[in-house]
Design a binder for this molecule. Structure first.
Ligand SMILES: NC(=O)c1ccc[n+]([C@@H]2O[C@H](COP(=O)([O-])OP(=O)(O)OC[C@H]3O[C@@H](n4cnc5c(N)ncnc54)[C@H](OP(=O)(O)O)[C@@H]3O)[C@@H](O)[C@H]2O)c1
Length: 256
């Protein structure tokens, strides 16, 4: 249960090795979050153990990594049930997993595109619905979904990723509406280009930001009760224009 000041006390991060997901978690721990569960593909990996130690040093009292694979949807119910039963109430579940991939690879290996879509969209629908049911049972909880500005208008240079994020974003908004009155809620985060493992080696886009800056925007947005958080905030206005550009113009603007 959130504390008397509304601060998150327990968080489950699905895709718990994500740089943005970990930055959000560190920021929540600074604000008195004490229980952290990282849902990762490799709970015993060195990087996971380092993340667990780092969060303990930062002040979290109960930190554990559990095995979670977004594509292994048959296991989601059991994984989430186990977390909610062992750790009690979970205030915040972060959907941080995601695969960017390369459009040129997808063009020649459609099976790789299917894998990315399975993780980004199908996996999130599965984990999101299981989480929503647990929120209904406990009477509260926030699902924080890392969407993207790519959901607003897919670019031709990564339209498979963009289309999966558009599906994810629509799902998250619909789920948020469906949860009204149950105590559960959904918050959609739309970052622009973030310097992380995912974008390593890529040319930065305008208004590029960092995982820590996204985390600040998320914490501020949660405190204000926002349903959609843009990071940075100016992208809300940029995309209000971008999404209405005529398609020939959009193809030029988004070519990079
Ligand atoms: N970076 C950006 O510019 C940007 C912009 C907008 C939105 N986003 C979104 O923000 C989220 C976090 O991205 P990030 O920048 O933090 O990148 P990241 O550090 O590469 O994180 C992506 C995470 O997804 C996990 N993952 C991939 N497939 C998975 C699967 N099948 N099951 C479980 N976990 C899986 C990866 O786990 P492993 O360690 O096992 O590979 C990794 O932890 C993603 O949804 C991304 O689409 C990123």
């Amino acid at each position: 249960m959130r504390d008397a000041l509304g601060a998150v006390q327990s968080v489950l991060v699905l895709g718990g090795s994500s740089e943005i997901g970990l930055a959000i978690t560190r920021r929540l721990v600074q604000d008195r979050c004490r229980t952290v569960v990282l849902g990762v593909r490799e709970p015993d990996a060195g990087a996971t153990r380092a993340a667990v130690d780092d969060l303990r040093r930062a002040g979290a009292t109960s930190v554990e990594a559990v095995r979670f694979d977004a594509c292994d949807t048959a296991t989601h119910q059991a994984v989430l049930d186990d977390v909610f039963e062992r750790f009690g109430d979970i205030d915040l579940v972060v959907v941080a997993f995601g695969v960017l991939g390369e459009q040129t690879d997808f063009d020649t290996h459609p099976a790789h595109a299917v894998e990315a879509v399975q993780a980004n969209y199908v996996g999130a629908v599965s984990a999101g619905l299981v989480t929503a049911d647990r929120f209904r049972q406990q009477g509260h909880g926030t699902l924080l979904v890392l969407s993207s500005v790519a959901a607003e208008r897919p670019r031709r240079s990564n339209y498979v990723y963009g289309s999966s994020k558009a599906g994810l974003d629509a799902f998250a908004q619909g789920l948020g509406d469906a949860l009204v009155g149950t105590g559960g809620r959904v918050v959609v985060v739309r970052p622009g280009f973030v310097h992380s493992r995912m974008t390593e080696g890529m040319a930065a886009q305008p208004f590029a930001t960092t995982p820590d800056a996204v985390a600040e925007a998320v914490v501020a947005g949660l405190q204000k009760g926002r349903e959609i958080i843009w990071a940075p905030g100016i992208l809300r206005w940029v995309f209000a224009v971008m999404r209405h550009l005529p398609r020939p113009l959009w193809r030029i603007v988004s070519a990079r």
